[in-house]
Design a protein around this ligand. Structure first.
Ligand code: SAH
Length: 342
């Protein structure tokens, strides 16, 4: 299927010429889509009527439809559940920060990695998203929620490094002058630690921020909540992260979900210091979004504070993430799963 959102301007030019239209129409079309949020051939009034009619059949625009929209009471987080051309749904979240709006995109429908705490994997892996479907999530937010986008995080449903080719294509596309012209430094990719692909990413020459979902200080503990540890043990993940830093100059962030009675006690904090204390890294501590299905919950605030304070006292830079989205089920996959299980 030809998908306009999956096309670079060059590819669209070729397509137009192949079908007897003028190459420069691609400039107008890209302007309509990326600068004016217009996604219907009919509304692109600068195009000749005949072109609009041909494009309607040759290259129909499928813009995702909103299945549901949730807004946190403080207005800081907006979540859309979007329906794709084949009826599958994906979640996209907008988070308003002091420095600007950040959008959290999904890279797959479902997920194969199967982390215990995460709702995304619950109904299994369905399919990869195309670069165009990632772009369409972004454009849906621009059109329906806000045109102001400062940064992108690939932290929604899916494991981006298991959809490597499409994710890379998307990253190149958003960086283009004719689309969003977004700086690579404003993009973060979060991975559960797919080691060979972390090495590949370091070679791409795109200085995006890499975030690694660590969530436990030892292989034994991590295996219980992240079975991917059986394939890629922590030591290998850390080596790949060091390599990424050496190659790109971009510091790697480690995410650590704080889970009650699992990984948020002083003994874990001590082990984390042993593991990471000598490195110049940042830990992003994230209070667990309660998952009643699997019985994993957020620890009491006092435990989370004690954990974070221990790390800080031992020289680790750590932030306790603001709990955005917990009230609107913005943690990966929660909204989609809720709908599928109704
Ligand atoms: N597959 C990638 C990106 C998607 S998950 C990865 O593993 O990093 C994005 C982040 O959300 C990860 O750090 C993940 O561990 C976290 N997450 C998933 N479920 C969560 C929950 N219930 N509460 C808090 N964070 C969660």
């Amino acid at each position: 299927m030809n998908d306009i959102f999956n096309m670079t301007k060059k590819e669209l030019q070729t397509f137009l010429v192949q079908h007897g239209m003028k190459k420069f129409r691609a400039d107008q079309i890209f302007h309509y889509m990326y600068k004016e949020n217009i996604f219907s051939w009919n509304d692109m009034v600068l195009l000749p009527k005949a072109d609009r009619a041909s494009l309607e059949t040759l290259l129909p625009i499928f813009f995702p439809t909103i299945v549901s929209k949730l807004e946190a009471p403080d207005g800081q987080t907006v979540k859309l559940l979007l329906q794709l051309h084949d009826g599958q749904t994906v979640e996209t979240v907008l988070m308003k920060h002091d420095y600007g709006n950040s959008i959290c995109l999904s890279t797959q429908v479902g997920c194969a990695v199967n982390c215990a705490f995460c709702a995304s994997a619950k109904n299994g892996f369905v399919r990869n998203l195309s670069a165009g479907e990632m772009m369409a999530q972004l454009l849906a937010f621009k059109k329906y929620v806000t045109p102001e986008l400062h940064s992108i995080v690939l932290m929604g449903t899916g494991e981006p490094l298991l959809n490597y080719t499409n994710v890379l294509r998307f990253l190149h596309m958003v960086h283009e002058k004719d689309t969003l012209y977004l700086g690579y430094r404003n993009i973060t990719l979060s991975t559960s630690g797919i080691v060979p692909k972390m090495y590949d990413l370091a070679e791409e020459g795109i200085p995006i921020t890499l975030a690694v979902s660590l969530h436990a200080p030892t292989d034994a503990m991590r295996r219980r909540i992240m079975p991917i540890t059986n394939t890629y043990p922590i030591a290998d993940v850390l080596k790949a992260a060091d390599h990424y830093f050496e190659k790109t100059g971009r510091q790697v962030t480690f995410e650590y979900i704080l889970i009650k009675n699992v990984n948020c006690n002083i003994s874990c904090a001590r082990q984390l210091v042993q593991l990471l204390g000598h490195k110049n890294i940042l830990i992003n501590a994230i209070p667990m979004n309660d998952n009643y299905d699997v019985g994993l919950y957020r620890p009491p605030m006092s435990d989370m504070e004690a954990f974070v304070t221990y790390l800080q006292k031992n020289g680790i830079r750590v932030t306790l993430r603001r709990e955005m989205g917990s009230k609107i089920q913005a943690a990966c996959g929660q909204l989609r799963i809720k709908r599928e299980n109704i």
